[in-house]
Design a protein around this ligand. Structure first.
Ligand code: PMT
Length: 405
């Protein structure tokens, strides 16, 4: 793994039976060419000795925030700056809660708070603790902050129970560390997305629009960029900041959105239509503000072009991903839309008032493609976007390997 050569990995070990696996993880990381320094929590020492990890890492193991030998020179800040990646494995429920809360009550959490490098956690705990709503809340908080969560796996647990909570195996963690230092799963790909609503003018001060806030589309743009893609985001009117590394084109109407997409689509590998494009626009946008003289007034509407279907119908289309916002029978209607519009994947989105969907911070999706489907659970949109991007990249890679053979 050439990509690992000379990489500096700060391995945090918190208290859990899976701590014994970190011995093998250190061996694998060093064999791959990485430098490893270990920070243990007090609880971790109950499961594996500092001496073992010191021998394997070839470096003194740090345990205390108040170690006079190191803290005279602000050792915790020096360690936070030294690392290229912080990996906490195992990450116990307690350790995750403290990092999520921004606490700095021991050396490991202090380093996590002080550091600006990527942080990955490999959760390991009893399945009941993992499923507890307190842990779920912490997981969402951590994901929102861009902290990577690697695992947990499901299976037999040391406590005799079965379920999610097992730490990933050292070989799996080594692979994920390698991915972290490579270009990212979407490195070299160009992704074009639409997000937000469109506004269809009735007169200079009034318009037809919808409740889309842009949160989902912006979260997707951020998730693709985080995976190394070159991302262009065509956005309707929203009040969101542009995600780092994303090129943004602001539009107002469906026709403007279509024009912006068509100007960019030629060079994109993946197109995602997340915008809630108005299906109709007023047949005539009146030049002056309409006076309220009449008791009733009809607005004649004409169909807007379907941007997603137009992209999918191109002679050499990109890999196309659509959304289907439905208030009933989401999977059935989404399948229909997938086929009619000729798209590769579609995310069925139940937008009933009591659920996620428009405007809300959370959502759940059922992703559908020819011969497959995946349920993405109710979670915050940044996390949901990471899950959806992972699935899109898998399906995109499969289609390309099928085309190559
Ligand atoms: O922005 P948020 O508040 O976070 O909300 C997110 C969302 C609910 C807007 C988003 O998750 C979502 O579901 N977007 C699609 C909304 C929609 O318009 O669905 P639809 O079923 O009407 O359209 C189907 C697909 O065709 C969509 O991919 C849409 O972008 C596309 N379309 C629709 C009409 C049109 N004229 N052109 C299009 O490209």
């Amino acid at each position: 793994m050439a990509v690992m050569h000379g990489r500096k990995i700060l391995l945090g070990v918190s208290g859990g039976i899976a701590a014994y696996k970190t011995a093998q993880l250190i061996r694998l990381l060093r064999a791959a060419g990485a430098e490893v320094r270990v920070v243990m929590t007090r609880a971790a020492e109950q499961f594996i000795t500092p001496m073992t990890l010191q021998a394997l890492s070839g470096q003194p193991v740090r345990q205390s925030l108040f170690d006079p030998a190191h803290e005279a020179a602000m050792g915790h800040i020096e360690l936070a700056r030294w690392a290229d990646l912080i990996l906490v494995a195992p990450a116990s429920a307690d350790c995750m809660a403290r990092i999520a809360a921004g606490m700095a009550d021991d050396l490991l959490t202090t380093i996590c708070l002080a550091s600006e490098v990527p942080i990955a956690l490999a959760p390991a705990m009893n399945q009941g603790m993992w499923r507890n709503s307190a842990t779920e809340h912490n997981v969402r908080t951590l994901a929102r902050r861009g902290i990577r969560l690697w695992g947990p796996a499901e299976g037999d647990q040391a406590c005799g129970e079965t379920g999610p909570g097992r730490m990933l195996e050292p070989e799996q963690l080594l692979h994920l560390v390698g991915e972290c230092f490579s270009a990212g799963a979407a490195g070299g790909l160009t992704v074009l997305l639409t997000a937000g609503p469109t506004r269809e003018p009735i007169d200079p001060v009034r318009f037809i629009s919808n409740r889309s806030s842009g949160k989902m589309g912006f979260a997707l743009a951020a998730a693709f960029a985080a995976q190394g893609a070159e991302v262009t985001l065509v956005s309707g009117p929203v009040v969101l900041p542009t995600p780092p590394g994303v090129r943004r084109i602001d539009v107002e109407t469906a026709l403007e959105m279509e024009a912006a997409v068509m100007a960019e689509v030629e060079r994109c590998d993946i197109f995602v239509g997340c915008a809630a494009v108005a299906d109709y626009r007023p047949a005539q946008a009146v030049g002056q503000k309409i006076k309220k003289t009449a008791q009733t007034r009809d607005i004649g509407l004409v169909r807007n072009p379907d941007i997603l279907a137009t992209v999918a119908a191109r002679p050499r289309p990109p890999f196309t991903v659509g959304f289907a916002a439905e208030t009933e029978r989401p999977v059935e209607y989404a399948q229909e839309k997938r086929k009619v519009k000729g798209v590769d994947m579609i995310a069925a989105n139940l937008v009933a008032a009591s659920q996620g969907g428009f405007e809300r911070d959370e959502n759940a999706l059922t992703v559908l493609w020819e011969g497959g489907r995946k349920e993405l659970p109710m979670t915050d949109k940044p996390h949901l976007a990471q899950l959806l991007v992972t699935q899109v990249l898998i399906n995109y890679a499969e289609r390309h390997s099928a085309e190559d053979t």
